[in-house]
Design a protein around this ligand. Structure first.
Ligand code: GLU
Length: 278
């Protein structure tokens, strides 16, 4: 399972997404991609095998921009590491989706969709998801309702983030067996699989629980779980908790080794008063 980042703001989100993916690089991945909805309300997708920097370079050459976007670093489980298999996956240039996890029953879902005329470009299990959502949207559902209605069909683990050109002011996210959270901003909101991806834009986070489906606009967040509206509390992360940079060190492992004395001192300080035990 790899990384997810998303943003809905009044500014261009490209740099927020790239920076977010860079902050998730410590997890390891084989490819990276973004999908944004631009001013003309069309979906722009940029994907590449390799490093997030390669994606940043690609975007530098052929810019993508928009106020709404999702991004992903992939760790291939189904289908080789390749640009085609990289996320986001799309349906009919309308729906774009990123996914962490595995859809165990994707073969049966794929066969059903192919039977109905859906075309698949990749070998990834994930590609069934945007098509399933598209089918519900075409039947008249909102993106939020469409995502909720496909969930009972899915077996496996997922954290997903979805956007649609029909509703270019919102992100829909869902989780089951794979972490996802919402970064709460002022007149802008974000989503990610790990708060570290968003620490440059907010320090307030709402952690989604198993089975949550959330609709996130720049001004609002609403969450359902098993058809009921639910509230999730906002947690403030201190600068210290968020201290994840490599700093002056070349590797995270080196940083951890050098931080050991400080960590031991801080842990013991809870039980020590000067030189005596509390
Ligand atoms: N199973 C998906 C794929 O292979 C997602 C992998 C991931 O979590 O990055 O495309």
């Amino acid at each position: 399972m790899c990384g997810i980042v998303g943003a809905i703001t009044s500014r261009n989100v490209t740099n927020i997404l790239i920076e977010g993916l860079k902050r998730l690089e410590y997890r390891g991945y084989d490819s990276a991609g973004v999908a944004l909805i631009n001013q003309e309300n069309s979906l722009q997708v940029s994907k590449t095998i390799g490093k997030v920097q390669a994606l940043a370079d690609l975007i530098q050459e052929s810019p993508v921009s928009g106020h709404l976007g999702i991004a992903h670093t992939r760790w291939a489980t189904h289908g080789k590491p390749s640009t085609t298999n990289a996320h986001p996956h799309c349906s009919h240039e309308k729906i774009a989706l990123v996914h962490n996890g595995i859809i165990e029953n994707y073969k049966a879902l794929k066969a059903e969709l192919i039977e109905q005329g859906y075309e698949f470009l990749s070998e990834s299990d994930t590609e069934v998801l945007p098509h399933l959502i598209y089918r519900e949207v075409e039947a008249g559902k909102s993106l939020f309702d469409a995502v909720q209605s496909i969930i009972p069909k899915l077996e496996g683990a997922y954290g997903i983030a979805v956007i649609s050109t029909d509703e270019p002011d919102r992100l829909v996210v869902a989780r089951s067996g794979s972490p996802l959270l919402i970064g709460v901003g002022i007149d802008e909101n974000f989503i990610a699989s790990d708060f570290l991806a968003l620490r440059q834009v907010t320090d307030r986070f709402m952690y989604l629980e198993e089975g949550d489906v959330a609709e996130v606009t720049a001004e609002s967040i609403r969450i359902q779980n098993s058809g009921e509206w639910v509230e999730r509390e906002i947690n403030q992360v201190s600068a210290k908790q968020a201290d994840s940079d490599k700093g002056e060190f070349k590797h995270y492992m080196l940083k951890e080794i050098y931080e050991q004395p400080l960590v031991i001192k801080e842990t013991l300080s809870a039980y020590l008063n000067e030189n005596t035990l509390l």
